[in-house]
Design a protein around this ligand. Structure first.
Ligand SMILES: Nc1ncnc2c1ncn2[C@@H]1O[C@H](COP(=O)(O)OP(=O)(O)OP(=O)(O)O)[C@@H](O)[C@H]1O
Length: 314
């Protein structure tokens, strides 16, 4: 049913051995959209995903997955890539994919045919009958992803799917996610890299320290900040300067300030009439990174950067 809700969760709470991991997370994922769960390592993303899927039960809160109050009942129409990757090293790429499909109820023969098609279409045709242990880490991860979606699930859930992939394979994965969503599949993924969510997602949840900091449209998150104006003038001073906001910052001969509530036109009029000589003017809408900092704070944004840096160095 297009226009429906694939996942709805309210007030999810989970503690392990008395230590709170997730505290009051609400999530609403419209069908056929791409949804991101953003947060630094240890924020509670995996625990949230496990609760949404019914792998673990929340201590408090409710969730509905594809219309099921018991999420595990929807398992056959869900594809889940866990954060811990792993395939049987001796299985061939084709068998690994077909086997994962069979676990979700797909006949083995159908799985094998689809596996061959997916591997060929993605430049891995030579590896159909090769064992997993002969593949690179990125290739093995791609094979596991194919195994996750071979039964053509209605909902794809990917826990940190970009981790461990190089830039080219990350780009391929982004294209695959977009293609699945264009076909009407709902995709939800967790990440500590804001750029992936910014490029792909319609809606996001920002989680830090187990708490939900934001849930809603990416555009709503970005609209929490005022657009930024950059202005370079030929004249350095004049009566027109009084028209600039008091907190305008001047760096390298460029003024930077938030777009005034009155808009840019009254300011432009004063600059033009005052002979300031406009050499450069831009009005930029803040990106998701700036919105993340405003919502979750500098410390959480620094943790995200650190996590991404540690991963690149690994
Ligand atoms: N089974 C468990 N037993 C005990 N503590 C757990 C368990 N699962 C998660 N935790 C704790 O809950 C907190 C949230 O972990 P979670 O794995 O959900 O975070 P995350 O955002 O997915 O981060 P990461 O990407 O590092 O896994 C962490 O402090 C973690 O140590």
């Amino acid at each position: 049913m297009p226009g429906g809700v694939a996942i709805e969760a309210k007030g999810l709470f989970k503690a392990f051995d008395g230590k709170t991991a997730v505290d009051g997370v609400d999530i609403m994922v419209p069908e056929g959209t791409i949804y991101g769960i953003l947060g630094p390592n240890g924020a509670g993303k995996t625990t949230t995903i496990r609760m949404l899927l019914g792998i673990i039960d929340p201590d408090r809160g409710e969730r509905t997955l594809l219309g099921h109050d018991e999420p595990i009942e929807a398992a056959a129409i869900v594809g889940y890539l866990p954060e811990e990757r792993g395939l049987y090293p001796s299985m061939t790429a084709r068998e690994a994919i077909a086997f994962m499909g069979a676990l979700r109820g797909l006949p083995l023969e159908t799985g094998r045919k689809r596996a061959e098609g997916m591997l060929r279409d993605n430049g891995l045709g030579d590896y159909i009958h090769k064992p997993i242990k002969s593949l690179s880490k990125g290739m093995a991860q791609t094979v596991q992803l194919f195994g996750t979606i071979v039964h053509r699930p209605k909902l794809i859930v990917l826990d940190e799917p970009f981790s461990g992939l190089d830039a080219i394979n990350q780009g391929r994965l982004e294209s695959l996610i977009k293609a699945e969503a264009a076909d009407g599949t709902t995709v939800i993924f967790s990440t500590h890299v804001i750029a992936h969510a910014e490029r792909l997602c319609e809606r996001i949840a920002i989680i830090a320290g187990g708490k939900l900091r934001f849930e809603g449209k990416v555009s709503e998150a970005r609209d929490r900040l005022r657009p930024q104006v950059r202005l370079r003038t030929r004249a350095q001073d004049g009566p027109w300067r009084k028209a600039l906001p008091a907190d305008a910052v001047q760096t390298d001969g460029c003024f930077q300030f938030e777009l005034p509530r009155s808009g840019i036109e009254p300011l432009l009029k004063t600059l033009i009439e005052g002979g300031a000589g406009i050499e450069e003017l831009s009005i930029e809408r803040p990106g998701l990174h700036d919105a993340f900092v405003a919502i979750a704070g500098d410390a959480a944004a620094r943790e995200m950067k650190r996590d991404a840096g540690m991963e690149a160095a690994a």
